[in-house]
Write a protein that binds this ligand. Sequence first.
Ligand code: NAG
Ligand code: NAG
Ligand code: NAG
Ligand code: NAG
Ligand code: NAG
Ligand code: NAG
Ligand code: NAG
Ligand code: NAG
Ligand code: NAG
Ligand code: NAG
Ligand code: NAG
Ligand code: NAG
Length: 544
Amino acid sequence: MKTRAFLLPVAYAITSSPGVISHPTEPHHSSAVQLIVPKDDSGASIAHSPSFSSFSFEPAYWVEFFGNSTSPNPLAFRLLDLIHQHGGRPIIRPGGITMDSMIFDPKAGESVRETSKAGGVYRTTVGPAYYESWSNFPNGTKFVSTLNFGNSSLDIARDMALASVMYQNDLVEYFELGNEPTNYPKARWNDSTAAYVQQWKSWTATIDTAVNQEVAKAGEAAFPGERWWASSATTDESGLNVRPADIIPAGIDSAHQVAEYSIHSYPFSTCDPARAALATTSNILNHTGLAVYADNEIYPSAKAALDSGSKWVIGEFNSISCSGNPNVTDTFAQALWVIDSELIYATRNASSCNLHQGAALVFQSSDQVNSAASDGSPGYSTYDMFYPTNTSLRGPARVLPSFAGQLFLAEAFATNGSRVTSLAAPAGVDADRFAAYAFYDNATVSKIAIINMQPYYANSTSDFAVKINIPGAGQSHHGWGSSSQTYVKRLTAPYVNSKNATDVKWAGQTFEGGVPSGKVQQEMLAADGTVTVRGSEAVLVFLK
Ligand SMILES: *[C@@H]1O[C@H](CO)[C@@H](O)[C@H](O)[C@H]1NC(C)=O
Ligand SMILES: *[C@@H]1O[C@H](CO)[C@@H](O)[C@H](O)[C@H]1NC(C)=O
Ligand SMILES: *[C@@H]1O[C@H](CO)[C@@H](O)[C@H](O)[C@H]1NC(C)=O
Ligand SMILES: *[C@@H]1O[C@H](CO)[C@@H](O)[C@H](O)[C@H]1NC(C)=O
Ligand SMILES: *[C@@H]1O[C@H](CO)[C@@H](O)[C@H](O)[C@H]1NC(C)=O
Ligand SMILES: *[C@@H]1O[C@H](CO)[C@@H](O)[C@H](O)[C@H]1NC(C)=O
Ligand SMILES: *[C@@H]1O[C@H](CO)[C@@H](O)[C@H](O)[C@H]1NC(C)=O
Ligand SMILES: *[C@@H]1O[C@H](CO)[C@@H](O)[C@H](O)[C@H]1NC(C)=O
Ligand SMILES: *[C@@H]1O[C@H](CO)[C@@H](O)[C@H](O)[C@H]1NC(C)=O
Ligand SMILES: *[C@@H]1O[C@H](CO)[C@@H](O)[C@H](O)[C@H]1NC(C)=O
Ligand SMILES: *[C@@H]1O[C@H](CO)[C@@H](O)[C@H](O)[C@H]1NC(C)=O
Ligand SMILES: *[C@@H]1O[C@H](CO)[C@@H](O)[C@H](O)[C@H]1NC(C)=O
């Protein structure tokens, strides 16, 4: 369908010239550029829900992140409560590499992680208390019941599925068998897509029967037939082709078991020195590069899923695999990266993006940048949005700069049913360093997200500020929204490499310790519909 652009006469501001004297605090560029926003939602994404921005947590570290059923980790739950207060309803996937060596023991108490000297996880044993701890999450939180495929034991996988519905039948939304089968030992399926599909279908059918019997015995509501996440592949080329684009034509859903196809997205890596050299702030903030990765590696699978009539999700993702890059992912840059990445996938019709949180897994690579702490405590991933406990390697438990990005996303997706469309960089603005998106509710523009991805450092010679004019979005409104309330919330930090959450502000507030500090600031949009966004800043414009 053809999209009508909303074009009103604009005060195309005067081009700055050397003779123009500007106030020192004024942005570098004084000329406004125009952001063109289609007036209707034709061409926009599927309808998104407040669960779009969701999470994946490495299950071996569950107790560190969330405590147990009787002693929850207060910092973690303050952060989740904040996300809910800002409108988010994240789904929780206790998933990742360590789910493939996890086992349920009905007699187990505290979760036990068996590790090598260097902190490699051989096995995680969980008992009823693990599932009971799910009750500590905010009301309405749904979970993915993740099952061990790695140990090649149908009994282990089935018993985890049964335990999840025995203890938390109401909270289980999906089941998932195995994490990143692309990285299993070659001998498991000898690179045969058909062998993988055959085993997945045989196990899931057996588990479905067992779960259905258990649920019926307990008198609980039956699960829908379509309850599985399928694939859970990475975009690594391992020889085993089991991305959604591979397994859909191979007949994975012939028995109608798949609820959503899952694929994992890590555009950068510190798993080896060659890739670590590319895992820089400059590269993770390149919008063009992120979109190219999404289109080349992820979208063919997304399209295969959508064409087959199914939903798809980014089942696990983060910026830099093998636990991030210190001084890159533990800075404000990560907040900007998360926002742009989730919006890239929102416009490509993902149903959720599950941001991964965890710790360095030393068996993942012998050549990686990160490690566990020397005393065996977790080497928390530097892409995490918080460090849940004190550790010798990462220091005190604390909130990291990227957390505030989750509040931006929670508010952006707060209205159930919003559709998103990506907006072209205005003329004269570097499209590698700029991203903007419009949100539509009931076909009307409700919000606009703008991300200026220019890395801005203390030593930068420009602040890279862009003055953006959104035609028609000023106070006087020409057909935007339903009321006259137009305002801006700003996500900012002193510099792109700011590392302390006390410096990171969302709408004027900081969130150190998971406690809001300061007053909420809603800036009025200038009457002519302009907003200035500095390098390494993002704004959310609310139009109704
Ligand atoms: C829960 O954690 C507390 C504090 O660490 C501990 O005392 C208690 O034994 C744990 N309970 C279970 C069931 O693991
Ligand atoms: C699962 O496999 C891992 C090796 O991949 C092994 O260390 C672990 O002991 C196995 N777990 C069980 C429960 O057999
Ligand atoms: C949880 O939400 C449901 C539905 O909105 C509501 O009925 C229930 O009272 C809530 N429970 C708590 C503990 O807030
Ligand atoms: C994979 O190949 C090896 C060696 O040829 C063989 O022993 C094994 O049975 C094969 N596995 C499968 C699943 O076909
Ligand atoms: C961004 O990435 C694109 C595509 O990978 C590349 O062509 C371009 O040079 C990069 N831009 C910057 C500013 O690094
Ligand atoms: C991170 O930056 C700090 C401050 O510039 C520096 O002291 C530290 O060595 C850096 N760490 C790494 C792993 O590069
Ligand atoms: C997303 O879904 C919408 C609505 O069904 C459709 O019009 C659009 O083409 C899809 N976009 C992509 C990138 O698949
Ligand atoms: C964690 O470290 C902080 C200081 O950084 C200290 O106040 C706190 O008591 C420590 N917590 C634990 C459980 O050791
Ligand atoms: C969003 O709306 C859909 C469709 O009406 C509904 O199924 C879903 O539960 C809603 N989600 C939330 C988080 O309100
Ligand atoms: C669309 O309008 C209906 C009826 O006014 C309202 O209930 C619903 O919340 C709106 N949906 C969105 C996404 O704004
Ligand atoms: C500016 O500061 C950054 C971060 O400290 C540093 O990596 C970069 O080399 C500096 N650039 C110049 C030109 O000094
Ligand atoms: C962050 O800054 C505050 C206040 O400036 C300081 O007290 C705190 O120690 C800093 N935290 C870290 C992790 O550097």
